[in-house]
Design a binder for this molecule. Structure first.
Ligand code: ATP
Length: 356
């Protein structure tokens, strides 16, 4: 009897390398916690498109959605572009198809990792809206030409309400482990009409959640505070393109993309992938830092456990986090963190550090 069905999409570049690493850790946890997980592999990638012209379709996504969750490496290669000249990746299609609207990107400064800023205690969750803004191309009737091109930012009340509900409930859930319970909206309502609506809905939702503190900053000032005073943040919530940028600043504060996990979730679907992309510059060398992907797999177990009330998943997720923490503190260090370890050495160390 299988407990969980997981769809695995290794994707491009370092995607397959870090996915292999996360699977090795998951398999170890299955044995320790009596979990039976069945993995189904799906070979969609920009590379496949380059070779065969095959893209992910709605039917493929329906098939993938039969699984309990999706473990996703990375997709897209800078030289593989679709008919509109944009880099190809299935993330945007999957978010639209599954109705995923928020990407959760927690960052924490682990002992043993040096932050480029003076901060000692960075522990924040960036929540990026992922279905609207400028990436979704909603209602954009302007055809680009050689002389002019435009992208439109669209934000709706319905999505804002769902997004801010997620932000306040995440702040409440995080408080159980000692965080202050606070949500900050980063926006640009002094320049963008869409953000005026976003700010208005934020105020309404904040008023209904007055057990949780809240604040609002313009995105420019807010980005500066992330670097000068990151401790002022607990949960940050923001629109799509700001979130894309701000989540990478957050990752930079705690050691870079190699240690930054992410989860795109709603009540029915969850896609778990590292915050980083396919990193073609280091692909195929076996040197990618697998930590972000391993932590994303831990987020997947946590999510599955919460939905099914399955304590084994919660325990496995906790063990992975502890093992990663102890490896970062005293184990082999990947190259992006200033060490010399390759992917395999980091994974072996994480597996060795899993609590008995
Ligand atoms: P995307 O547009 O798909 O988000 P990107 O253009 O932001 O991708 P990434 O692929 O995330 O770029 O890589 C950015 C930089 O970070 C590259 O120099 C890459 O080598 C490095 N990097 C990303 N992930 C890792 C990792 N897991 N280990 C080591 N270095 C990484």
């Amino acid at each position: 009897m299988t407990d969980y069905e997981i769809a695995v999409i290794p994707g491009d570049g370092i995607g397959p390398e870090v996915v292999d690493a996360a699977l090795a850790v998951l398999k170890e946890c299955e044995a320790r916690y009596g979990l039976k997980i069945n993995y189904t592999f799906h070979d969609f990638s920009a590379d496949l498109y380059r070779r065969t012209g095959r893209k992910i379709t709605a039917a493929d996504m329906d098939e993938i959605a039969k699984a309990d969750a999706v473990l996703f490496g990375a997709m897209g290669l800078p030289d593989v572009r679709g008919p509109e000249g944009l880099e190809l990746g299935a993330q945007v299609e999957m978010r639209a198809h599954y109705g995923l609207f928020s990407s959760l990107r927690p960052v924490r400064l682990f002992a043993g990792v040096e932050s480029p800023v003076k901060a000692k205690n960075v522990d924040m969750l960036v929540i990026r809206e992922t279905s609207e803004g400028m990436f979704a191309g909603l209602g954009d009737e302007h055809e680009p030409s050689d002389e002019s091109a435009s992208d439109r930012m669209t934000i709706t009340r319905a999505t804002c309400e769902k997004l801010f509900d997620v932000a306040f409930s995440q702040a409440r859930a995080r408080r159980k482990r000692g965080t202050p319970g606070h949500v900050t909206l980063l926006h640009k309502s002094n320049a963008l009409r869409s953000n005026v609506l976003m700010e208005k809905v934020f105020d309404e939702v904040a008023a209904k959640n007055d057990d949780i503190g809240s604040a609002k900053f313009y995105i420019d000032a807010g980005a500066m505070y992330m670097v000068t005073d990151p401790q002022r943040y607990d949960v940050i919530v923001t629109e799509n393109i700001f979130g894309d940028i701000v989540s990478e600043i957050a990752a930079g504060l705690v050691g870079g993309l190699g240690v930054a996990p992410s989860a795109d979730v709603n009540l029915t679907h969850g896609v778990f992938q590292p915050s980083h992309g396919s990193a073609p510059d280091i692909a195929g060398q076996g040197i990618a830092n697998p930590t972000a992907m391993i932590l994303s797999a831990a987020m997947m177990l946590e999510w599955l456990g919460e939905r099914r009330g399955d304590d084994r998943c919660a325990k496995a997720a906790q063990s992975i986090q502890e093992a990663v923490e102890s490896t970062l503190a005293s184990g082999p260090r990947a190259r992006d963190l200033g060490g010399t370890a390759n992917t395999r050495e980091v994974v072996d160390a994480v597996i060795d550090a899993l609590p008995a």
